[in-house]
Design a binder for this molecule. Sequence first.
Ligand code: XMP
Length: 511
Amino acid sequence: MEKVLILDFGGQYNQLIARRVRECHVYCEVRPYTMSLEEIRDFDPMGIIFTGGPNSVYLPDSPQVDPGIFDLNVPVLGICYGCQLIAHTLGGQVTEAQDDSAREYGKTKTYYDTTCPLFRGLPAEGISWMSHGDYMAKVPEGFTLAAHSDACPNVAIAHVERRIYGVQYHPEVNHTQYGTQMIRNFLFEICHASGDWTMADYKEQAIRQVREKVQDGRVLLALSGGVDSSVCAALLAEAIGPQLICVFVDHGLMRLNEGDEVEQAFAKWDMKMVRVNAQDRFLGRLAGVVDPDRKRKIIGEEFIHVFQDEAKKIGAVEFLAQGTIYPDVIESGAGAAAVIKSHHNVGGLPSHVDFKEILEPLRLLFKDEVRQLGRELGLPDYLVDRQPFPGPGLAIRIMGEVTREKADTLRQADFLFRQEVARAGLDHQLSQYFAVLTDTRSVGVMGDGRTYDNVLVLRAVTTDDFMTADWARIPYEVLDRASVAIVNQVRGINRVCYDITSKPPATVEWE
Ligand code: XMP
């Protein structure tokens, strides 16, 4: 299989580089720069990309590479720090920029030599995104200057024969015009990739690997119904069928029909599904609790207890599977010994369930690739395209004490809102949309009578990363339909409000 190796020097855009490469249908992996020459040979890359990084190559403890990497006869592209590293390692000179004009940050007009394979077919000038305080005072022997800016003569360097290229800017970010084409050029013109990597290939390969590893062992998975754990379950079910045991814990704070939907989606596989009705346990422990953090903590702890009880019933299993995905792996230090991360959906897994090894079959996939794989495996859209749902579920959308009655009320209202959003075709445009049950009551009039019921809030946001989010400008008509449906059909709610606060200053969830 054609593979590109991305050596990680700590740059903030490393995931983006991997994204861009995979978007070209070329498989790649991000590995730490400490990877030895031997390991690199074993990896057998068809091209190597050095990422950017926060260091200065001339300082004593800065990350370096084995110069032997340039003799592997594998094309290299260095980005920012990676470019300076090429210069530094091959006999050039990199220094701190003495005058401010040689430091470049942000959008910079750049002129390209379009006879250079890296820039073939591109316009001769464009905007590139720079972020460097160091300067290549001397370019290594044999290299030509392939791009310049008004302030800097050597924005890109190239050794066409040895197929070594370096750019001081970041082609992977959207601010760099034609950046994607430059990466394409590196892959197709310089590495001669065929770009035929598909998710179907990945699926077959992942299934083979799971089978090889698991043999006739048994695998336990906490299935939350979220995208990652669902796709993980589907992949394992496809690979090892009845050796997979999924535990789905219903804490009574799921959305309407959620448990049934999850069960239905997996009905076609011959695997073992344990659906635990633990509503009484969770609701019992939540009685009288109003503090949001206490709610989260109780649910997290109780989940572990329930899971552990089930694991005990199931008996010894060799493997515990988790739906860890690539961004988590890269953030926790790619290639480092597998970090057993606390499952983001269930708030930590028991540390003393007895198993031999952790399986993370999605650990090399980005979120949208996980969805693609889910589709490839035949999971229904309602699971694959699902909006995120927090582990503590409706508990953090019910203000004040959580009761069964309030959970039922909110479940119905939330369902009606989601239904209206989907009917309006907005479900794919919104990142998250749900209802919140407040503990405020207000006076209303229904029929001939006065009501004194709860206020419900609708919340919808758009976001790329959930670190910041904008409240969604949902058309009034959709809000109106949702409001009418909810007040008419859900007992206990006589007033509906819409949350028009972004994050920050608010958060997505109300608690
Ligand atoms: P906030 O409210 O922090 O939410 O702006 C950002 C994203 O995280 C989700 N979220 C959680 N997910 N357990 C989870 O698994 C939690 O305790 C939790 N709290 C918030 C939230 O739904 C949104 O997608």
